[in-house]
Design a protein around this ligand. Structure first.
Ligand code: SF4
Length: 253
């Protein structure tokens, strides 16, 4: 029997009311009511003919012999410690030579400098990027009403395992303290006196605060494509699993 099935490069996340269909090849996202998804899954194609036609038009479905199994993308599989590289942020005041030495053994993919003047070169193969210290940029990034249309396969994969913002990130402030984020008061350790790998072990619990652990977001169909900021969400109360206060979308509504 021939049935219709989502292509193996289509990723579907279900929420309580709606689902998000993502074309992983194009990065395009579509929000649909669960009623359509249920009818499609139950093979009631005639009942949702327009929906099925639009899926076919977008190249999201294939027709396949029922007995043929196509493995789907599995983003939940465990990640090894070194599957993703580290991002390092630092301010003026950090000793550049010790930074250079201590980062040389790490798999670092990005280095950001939050200071005055030209950004100093830390590692040979990575350009240090200068960034203005302004949490307003983070506010802008997480302000949402749930209208998402684009994402990437890598972002979805990463967000299954790590927090989209401070995952695998270490921020060293000018007083040589290490935080999960340059805007965070949480202290993971002292850059000068403590072993970096002990600090990394401590940081892991913060890095793993994915949207699957965050109130409201854990149920939202956009949870793997939506940016996050735990500093803004935790606010004064300090609840690291608090929902994003700048999101007006109600996944239950
Ligand atoms: S509920 Fe959470 S995951 Fe959903 S749109 Fe809002 S901030 Fe993003």
């Amino acid at each position: 029997m021939i049935i219709k099935q989502f292509h193996q490069f289509v990723f579907v996340t279900r929420g309580p009311k709606n689902s998000c269909i993502t074309d992983l090849l194009k990065g395009t996202m579509y929000q649909v009511e669960n009623y359509f998804m249920d009818a499609f899954a139950n093979r009631e194609y005639d009942a949702v003919a327009d929906f099925v036609a639009s899926l076919e038009e977008e190249g999201l479905v294939i027709e396949i012999e029922e007995s043929r199994w196509i493995p789907r993308q599995n983003f939940h599989s465990a990640v090894k410690e070194d599957d993703y590289s580290y991002q390092i942020d630092f301010e003026d005041g950090v000793d550049i030579e010790s930074l250079r030495q201590r980062l040389s053994g790490l798999d670092v993919s990005a280095i950001n400098y939050y200071g005055e003047g030209d950004p100093p070169k830390i590692l040979e193969h990575i350009q240090t990027k200068k960034i203005e210290k302004d949490i307003g940029q983070c506010r802008e990034l997480i302000t949402t009403n749930g209208q998402f249309i684009k994402t990437t396969c890598n972002f979805i994969r990463y967000n299954h395992h790590y927090n989209s913002c401070w995952g695998k990130r270490l921020a060293i402030t000018g007083d040589n303290l290490i935080h999960p984020c340059i805007y965070s008061d949480i202290v993971l350790g002292d850059f000068v006196t403590e072993n970096l790998f002990d600090i990394i072990k401590k940081a892991d619990a913060y890095w793993r605060i994915t949207k699957d652990k965050i109130a409201k977001c854990k149920d939202c169909e956009f949870r793997y494509s939506c940016p996050d900021c735990r500093v803004i969400a935790a606010g004064e109360g300090g609840d690291l699993t608090a929902p994003n206060p700048l999101c007006s979308y109600d996944p239950y509504g």
